[in-house]
Design a protein around this ligand. Sequence first.
Ligand code: FPP
Length: 299
Amino acid sequence: MLLFTLKFVDDLCGAMVALGFTTTSNGLLQMTDKRLPELAKSLKRELLPNHVAIIMDGNGRWARERGRPRVFGHRRGADSVRAVVEAADQLGVKVLSLYAFSEENWGRPPHEVMAIMTLLNTYLVKERDELLANNVQLRTMGRLERLPPKTLRLVRDTEAMLADNTGLVLNIALSYGGRSDIVEACRSVARRVQAGELAPQDINSEIIEASLACADLPPPDLLIRTSGEQRLSNFMLWQMAYTEFYFTSVHWPDFGKEEFVRALHEYMLRQRRFGLVLDEPKERRGGVAGAAVAAERHE
Ligand code: FPP
């Protein structure tokens, strides 16, 4: 029986490899690069999300699995940032929001906080010329006044340097919390009421939304969260009311272009209803054909 089981597992693994799958260090099945061009080719620009938000999770676990300090995982995580920004830009995504540091993250050990800030500094200095050349804009959201002065200066300098760009908006959440964002919006609306500019009964979703961080950006169409957790962790709470969620067990340092394309592909096959009732598409999950049907129903 044991021999039979082992043979079955062996055959199964062989078949998966033949199909273009490989097993990662943490035992996950992943498609190898040779399948990537095919998958990327099947992406349809008109079906792509305009705004992709990412909760980059699992740097610490990735490092621990390799017997390395957590900071090592963050460093490799910065490489994934580079790869995904490049992919988003190349594929024509309009906005990429990255949850780099939450308000809650200030409670981490000081040396880890400092290491993340240093990585941010390095990323901004190393990447700004390339971002400029690729027409990428930089935006930030969160309580930036809490950042170390050097990081804040580099963020502001880079934002200014890329201000005339018109391509991909790279929106980095720093010292960010979704609840604080909503609280701030409520305060600003309350001030308008206090000043007599607005009557309480005239407050509506549009008015609150217009007072949130990045009110001029469209809400995320797709949220990607890596490393197996399935929660929002206080990220863009208001803006994600109708966002499609994509969860993967891949840790952030292992998340590259291939995984990004896979997430976009999955999004392409989703049917978004925004609380409405729509006719059932003829073919819901039939690859590109199914996606084309779903596309007609997107907006
Ligand atoms: C979450 O993993 C990751 C963070 C809180 C930090 C993210 C920072 C980077 C990717 C590097 C710098 C960023 C940019 C934009 C250049 P975790 O530490 O919570 O992982 P764990 O859940 O496995 O412990």
